[in-house]
Ligand binder design. Structure first.
Ligand SMILES: [Ca+2]
Ligand SMILES: [Ca+2]
Length: 569
């Protein structure tokens, strides 16, 4: 806006001002030399000052006709007083058409076009003021987003610092528990060897060996008795009583008595009296044995000796130790002292005992935990595993915080000022037709059928505006987000097929459905607004969606120029 230009006392030729149509920054170059000449702007030629804006092209660069359109491929500047000046191509000057850019109608001869700059300017200012006001309000909200990002950064820094300490502590704890577990395991072996030298265990093994030997001998004797019995039975039934051999008769009688058999002669006579008595005696003997359930009867000996001899004595030894130690933590005679103490002294004694035990352990007089069984070793291993898992989750927490903090003030992440951090995972919803569209910023876009059915993912956050001509960090970069790899879409549009055709010859056997499928994608177009809201959702092409939304994060604070411009107009 340079109103003084119009007041310059320049000579007028053919009714056209010499600086008419000149862009404001070039006006100073349009002045005659002392000899009344003027140099074309490219310096190629000197012409009389009167040739400027005389509606005839004289300069090779066309600079002598800024206001007439006589030279091709030049530009015309309309001042648009009351609005904002604009530049149009020279061919549109004096072509009989009123250019919308030139609200003052200066592109045509006077009287052709109306000067509507007052109305246009007012409308423009109204609109611009509303926009600026919106931006001003939005920018205030945006500044709170920035504050939030700074707080987030501090919080994450503190979190990282704390989790670094936690990780360090947990690493030590893991090392400590690993040491204990390893030691418990090796001590257990040593302890086991020690246990195996126990007189009780030694004696048990000897008993076992003796029993095995006895069983062996017993079997041998049983076998022998059986053979002898057969010999004697043969003698009993086969001897000739008429020989009156007393030695043979005595042997037969003795055997019959021992084996509970009736005399062979009586059997012949049919008398069973004696044999019945003998059988009764045997029965009674058996009954006596059964009275004591734990007694080792002949049958039980036959049945249970073998399993007994197959006992795992090492396990038994460990079980024995556990059993012995179960009522006492440390398993020493020292700890049984309570049984001899009056009740009133027990609490003091317990305190004393704990102190004493820890001293004894410290000085290696007793081995704390050395008597632990395999179960203790497993417990130590479990404690180590738990600690390792805890360490892993602490490390993950730290790693996540470190990743998050990198994104806060990242041009490609939550913006250079972190203004987008506040909106991370903010979900916006809008109902369109039969669907509710939900867009969770920086996460995922989805389509939820209102009347029921499956929800489709329209894509997960991929990037900000990927256009090649848009630099990361500039406002246009944040006006678009891309969400990709949504739910698979079958029979997609042609353009996706083009890619697939390349593979067609190779993948000929695949059904065309596979070839023609692709993933749903969505783009989000953002603009400045005082609230975060979805404005519209459209399906641009099959399975390709466009969301539009407003957000204060895009409301940049007014520049000094904008503030001044507002005052000026
Ligand atoms: Ca000229
Ligand atoms: Ca025109």
């Amino acid at each position: 806006m340079i109103p003084w230009l119009l007041l310059l006392p320049l000579p007028v030729l053919a009714g056209v001002d010499k600086t008419f149509g000149v862009q404001p920054n070039l006006v100073s170059k349009y002045a005659p030399s002392s000899t009344g000449k003027w140099k074309c702007l490219d310096g190629s030629k000197e012409i009389p000052w009167a040739f400027v804006n005389d509606d005839s092209c004289d300069c090779p660069d066309g600079s002598d006709e800024p206001g007439t359109g006589a030279c091709p491929d030049t530009v015309f500047y309309c001042q648009n007083k009351g609005h904002i000046g604009a530049t149009i191509v020279s061919s549109r000057v004096n072509d009989g058409i009123c250019e919308p850019e030139c609200c003052d109608g200066s592109d045509e001869r006077s009287g052709v076009c109306k000067n509507i700059c007052k109305e246009v300017g007012e409308g423009y200012r109204k609109k611009r003021d509303a926009e600026l006001k919106l931006r001003k309000t939005g920018a205030k909200i945006r500044s709170t987003y920035i504050q939030f990002a700074h707080k987030e950064k501090k919080r994450l820094e503190a979190l990282i610092e704390a989790s670094a300490k936690d990780v360090e502590l947990q690493e030590k704890e893991v090392a400590r528990l690993r040491d204990i577990a390893d030691r418990t395991e090796s001590i257990s072996k040593a302890a086991l060897e020690h246990k195996q030298q126990s007189p009780l265990y030694f004696s048990l093994l000897q008993h076992s060996e003796a029993l095995a030997a006895l069983q062996r001998e017993h079997k041998k004797h049983t076998q022998r008795e059986k053979v002898l019995g057969e010999i004697l039975n043969t003698l009993r039934s086969g001897y000739n009583p008429n020989y009156q051999d007393m030695a043979v008769l005595e042997a037969v009688r003795g055997w019959e008595e021992l084996a509970g058999l009736p005399h062979i002669n009586d059997v012949a006579k049919g008398s069973e009296a004696e044999s019945t008595d003998a059988a009764t005696d045997k029965e009674e003997e058996k009954k006596d044995e059964e009275k004591d359930e734990n007694a080792w009867t002949a049958e039980r000996l036959e049945r249970d000796i073998d399993p007994l001899l197959n006992t795992d004595y090492v396990s038994l030894l460990l079980e024995h130790d556990e059993h012995i130690m179960a009522p006492h933590e440390e398993g020493s005679i020292l700890f049984d002292l309570t049984s001899y103490l009056p009740d009133s002294l027990i609490p003091q004694y317990e305190d004393f005992k704990d102190t004493l035990v820890s001293w004894l352990k410290t000085f290696g007089i007793i081995r704390g935990g050395d008597d632990s069984s395999a179960a203790d070793s497993t417990r130590a291993r479990q404690a180590l595993t738990d600690a390792e898992n805890a360490l892993r989750s602490l490390q993950e927490e730290k790693k996540k915080a470190e990743g998050d903090i990198k994104e806060v003030f990242n041009v490609h992440g939550f913006g250079r000022e972190g203004e987008w951090k506040k909106l991370d995972n903010l979900c916006l919803k809008k109902d369109v037709g039969d669907y509710t569209y939900e867009l969770c910023l920086f996460k995922e876009a989805s389509q939820i059928p209102i009347k029921g059915g499956s929800t489709f993912s329209l894509g997960r956050f991929g990037s900000w505006n990927p256009a090649e001509n848009v630099e990361a960090g500039e406002p246009a970069y944040y006006e678009k987000q891309i969400y990709k790899h949504g739910t698979r879409c079958w029979n997609g549009p042609e353009r996706n097929v083009v890619v697939s055709l390349y593979f067609l010859s190779i993948l000929y056997t695949l059904t065309h459905v596979v070839l023609f499928s692709f993933f749903r994608i969505a783009q989000l177009l953002l603009s400045c607004g005082v609230e975060n809201a979805l404005i519209s959702v459209m399906e641009l092409e099959k399975c390709e969606y466009q969301f539009t939304a407003t957000t204060p994060a895009l409301c940049l604070p007014l520049t000094d120029e904008e503030k001044e411009g507002r005052d000026e107009l």
